[in-house]
Design a protein around this ligand. Structure first.
Ligand SMILES: [Zn+2]
Length: 191
């Protein structure tokens, strides 16, 4: 059933956060407000909720609506802890900020795809670091949630370890998210 769920998510998500999460439904009753999000060409990204039948799975998706509006779809957030909701929002926003959404999608699990995911994770954690009242507390909630979610959907521990290591590296060593994004955009312009 888990595999069916993953296949379904892959089918409907162009840019999915790679974590799916199972949480008791009654624990977290509400969605956080959406974060500020402007894409690489200055358009405001619109956040919308799209709950699915499988109401215990929290995930996000970044794309453009048929009319061109840059969108992030938040799926089943009511079941996820606030730090994880925030992380998904910021990760999906990053795919708009870096222009991933407007570039050809690299093959799944190719180095280029994994690089895009690492960059989106890095942007998300820099924003959590710089925009949270108590970033250490957010991190303390986020990292274990991320670890258990990735384990739940069958990622090998080494994948989870490298993802967490990337987050910790960015958090400890990088400047602001906007500077980091500017660097990514500059390097892509010279590709
Ligand atoms: Zn992603």
């Amino acid at each position: 059933m888990l595999n069916q769920m993953k296949d379904k998510m892959r089918a409907i998500c162009t840019w999915c956060v790679v974590t799916l999460l199972l949480w008791p439904l009654h624990v977290f009753a509400s969605e956080r407000p959406a974060p500020e999000c402007t894409n690489h060409v200055g358009e405001t990204v619109v956040f919308a909720t799209r709950d699915t039948v499988r109401a215990s799975v929290a995930a996000g998706m970044a794309n453009r609506a048929p009319d061109g509006t840059p969108m992030v779809f938040r799926m089943n957030y009511q079941s996820a802890p606030p730090a994880f909701q925030r992380f998904i929002d910021l990760h999906e926003c990053a795919h708009h900020q870096t222009g991933d959404v407007d570039r050809p999608h690299p093959p799944r699990n190719s180095p280029a795809h994994l690089m895009n995911e690492s960059i989106a994770d890095c942007v998300a954690i820099l924003r959590i670091r710089d925009e949270s009242q108590d970033p250490e507390a957010v991190l303390a909630e986020l990292i274990p949630a991320l670890r258990s979610a990735m384990a739940d959907v069958g990622f090998p521990e080494i994948s989870t370890d490298s993802r967490v290591a990337n987050l910790e590296h960015c958090y400890a060593n990088y400047g602001s998210a906007s500077d980091y994004i500017a660097g990514v955009l500059a390097s892509r312009r010279t590709d």
